[in-house]
Each structure stands twice: as C-alpha cells, then as structure tokens.
Design a protein around this ligand. Structure first.
Ligand code: DX5
Ligand code: ZN
Length: 219
C-alpha cells in the first residue's frame, strides 16, 4: 500500500539507464524524474529526450515531476517521450484546470505539486482532474535537503480534502527511513526519495527500509 519512488536526480547521471534498471530491480514502484528549468527553480536537469532514452530501461511507472514555467508548451513532448504520470506545479501556471485536462487528454495521469508555502486548499477546485497530489517537503531545486516538518499538517489537511477520491498523495524532499513513518501517518502513500536511496550501498535495502517504516506507521 506504500509506494516508493526513488528520484534519479541523485543517481549517477553518466549511467542513468543502468541506475534506472538498478532501482527497478531493487523494488522501486515508480521512477521519479525531476525536470528543472533554471527559471521556476534554481537548477537545470533533464528534458524529454532523456525521458525517452530511459523509457526502454524499465516497465515501471515513469513519474515525471515538472518544475518548469511555462509548462504547457512541453506537455506533449513529455507525454510522447513515455511519461506515465505528469505532475505540474500549482505555482507555475495561470490556467491549471486546463493544463490538467491537457495531461489527461494526452492519456497520462495528472499530478499537481504544491511548494512548501502553498496552502493545501489550492487543490480544492481541481480535485476531479487529479490522479496525484505532490507535497513538496523541501523548496524544489536540489536533492539532499532537510524535510520541512510544517508539511505534515498539509498532508493531513490534504487527506481530508481528498476524501475517498482515487488520488494518490505523494511527498517529495528530505524523506528518510527515520521520518517515513511520521510522513505516512500524516497521510502520504507515495514517498519520493533521492539521497536516501542513491547514497545507500544497497538500493534494495534502502527501499525496503523506507517501505517498512512507512507501512509500520499505517497498519
Ligand atoms: C527536489 C526534487 C526531489 C529531490 C528529492 O527539487 O523534486 O525529487 O530530488 O531528493 P531528496 O530525497 O534527496 O530530498
Ligand atoms: Zn521531485
């Protein structure tokens, strides 16, 4: 019931295909791909060509987190590259309702991400267009930052707003085996983890520890 989504932002970029296969075999549920534009966030990472290149390396869900503004001109490129979930930021678009419809129209699952300062109520009138809500528990841009505890309250409030809709609640940033239990208890069911997986000597044990800590807190 808990899904673990290792973020390849912390992988060895010179060996991305191999790293993707390694986390797939180590038990990852989703492959989380962080796309940054040097404008919406102060870092630049990868584009649709890299998503397309990674697609043949795994059959697992490619969970593409777009930290780019504008985002609309690039949705089709990320969809045809082989993304399964396309998540956009609430702060990066003026017409989110339309953006989310476009993502579903491309046959992909639609996600909405909230920066730490954005209130949970930002999703209120979009719930019927959403397959996933992503709570940023660090300010996006870099891996290896510290979890912001105030986001636990946001998770709890989102859990109430979601109700019984089939929307996955995901958390991203500073997730470790030490805080995974608290995060899951607050309502998150998909945990993104960059450093906690890729800095470990065994990806499989790191993924298993995150999953065990989160599941122990929800059973
Ligand atoms: C931050 C990214 C995250 C990040 C998570 O902007 O969206 O996915 O890579 O990395 P850790 O788990 O190291 O905080
Ligand atoms: Zn991310």
């Amino acid at each position: 019931m808990i899904k673990i989504a290792p973020s390849i932002l912390s992988a060895d970029f010179a060996r991305l295909g191999e790293e993707t296969r390694a986390i797939d075999e180590a038990g990852a549920d989703y492959i989380h791909i962080d796309v940054m534009d040097g404008h919406f966030v102060p870092n630049i990472t990868i584009g649709p060509a890299v998503v397309r290149a990674l697609r043949p390396h795994t059959r697992k869900v490619l969970d593409v987190h777009l930290m780019i503004d504008p985002v609309d001109p690039y949705l089709e490129a990320f969809a045809t590259a082989g993304s399964d979930i396309i998540t956009v930021h609430a702060e990066a678009g003026y017409h989110l309702d339309r953006t989310l419809q476009v993502i579903r129209g491309l046959g992909k699952k639609a996600g909405l991400s909230l920066n730490p300062a954005t209130p949970p109520e930002a999703v209120t009138y979009l719930l019927d267009r959403l397959d996933l809500i992503l709570v940023m528990s660090v300010n996006p841009g870099f891996g290896g930052q510290k979890f912001i505890p105030a986001q636990l309250d946001k998770l709890r409030r989102l859990r109430t707003l979601i109700g019984d809709r089939p929307i996955e609640l995901q958390v991203d940033g500073g997730v470790t085996a030490d805080n995974a239990g608290t995060i899951a208890a607050a309502g998150a069911r998909v945990l993104v983890a960059g450093n906690a997986v890729f800095s470990a000597s065994s990806y499989a044990s790191a993924i298993a520890s995150l999953r065990a800590a989160a599941e122990a807190a929800t059973s």
